[in-house]
Design a protein around this ligand. Structure first.
Ligand SMILES: [Zn+2]
Ligand SMILES: [Zn+2]
Length: 267
């Protein structure tokens, strides 16, 4: 399995990070994507630090919409440079969060657009975070990204069949997280049952939103199997079929177009 989105830089892992990684590997998680947004600019290397240290990690780099107000011209230069790192596979998580509004919406939109341009220049996919901002997120992707042909990931996808259809049409993969296992997530479960097999991914978003039966605890990459299990049940597929297809999807989207091979690369 691949956990395509986790925040193992988070201080909640400071006391047992090594053990968490060991448990993930023991549970069959071959690779994890260390999302590099961290505490926001000027530090853009939260993911890269993990990828440099552990062979099992890939990384992203980017400015989370929460931190958009901290972005400067310097941030953009730094981000563009980081994208040359062989283990940085995508720009993210970027997008819009109108639920918390930690940065002004106008700023969130501007920083999102700028990062799509940087990703396009670097030929890397994007990882989208969107909350209570679906229409604006899609409109900006349509205008600034869709023609790149590079696609991306709707991280922690939590929409229903209609949102899924719109995202798929724009070339995105839907990444399912622990919310999929929550009993009340009926619309999301319907979407997950119907999404084409070649467009789905699994993630934990650890330490947040652990899947049932770990709900309420600190999440960790080993638990991604619970989301895979739920996906299998919803689709009438075997767990093995789900883990194989989601792993292949991740490789196709994020690894296939990388230029130089990195010595840590196990594929
Ligand atoms: Zn997010
Ligand atoms: Zn995240």
């Amino acid at each position: 399995m691949i956990d395509s989105h986790c925040h193992l830089d988070n201080k909640q892992f400071d006391t047992d990070r090594e053990a968490v990684i060991e448990r993930a590997l023991a549970a069959g998680v071959e690779n994890m994507v260390a999302v590099g947004t961290g505490e926001g600019p000027p530090d853009l290397e939260a993911g890269v630090r993990l990828a440099d240290r552990y062979p099992c990690f890939y990384a992203t780099a980017g400015v989370h919409p929460h931190d958009a107000a901290k972005a400067t011209e310097e941030t953009y230069k730094h981000l563009a440079a980081l994208l040359a790192h062989p283990k940085v596979i995508a720009v993210g998580e970027i997008g819009l969060d109108y639920h918390y509004d930690f940065s002004p919406r106008e700023t969130q939109r501007a920083v999102f657009i700028e990062q799509m341009h940087i990703a396009r220049d670097a030929r890397k996919p994007i990882v989208i975070h969107t909350r209570e901002a679906w229409d604006d997120t899609l409109a900006l992707i349509r205008e600034h990204w869709a023609t790149s042909g590079l696609g991306g990931i709707m991280h922690c996808f939590s929409g229903g069949p209609e949102e899924a259809r719109q995202a798929l049409e724009l070339g995105f993969y839907l990444s399912f997280a622990g919310i999929l296992t929550f009993p009340k997530a009926i619309d999301l479960q319907r979407a997950a049952a119907e999404v084409p097999a070649d467009r789905m991914l699994i993630e934990t978003d650890a330490p947040y939103l652990a899947p049932v039966p770990k709900r309420g605890k600190r999440n960790e990459p080993a638990y991604v199997v619970e989301t895979a299990r739920k996906l299998a049940a919803l689709r009438g597929a075997t767990l093995e079929a789900i883990t194989t297809v989601t792993t292949n999807n991740f490789r196709r989207l994020c690894l296939a177009h990388r230029a130089p091979r990195d010595p840590h690369d196990i594929f």
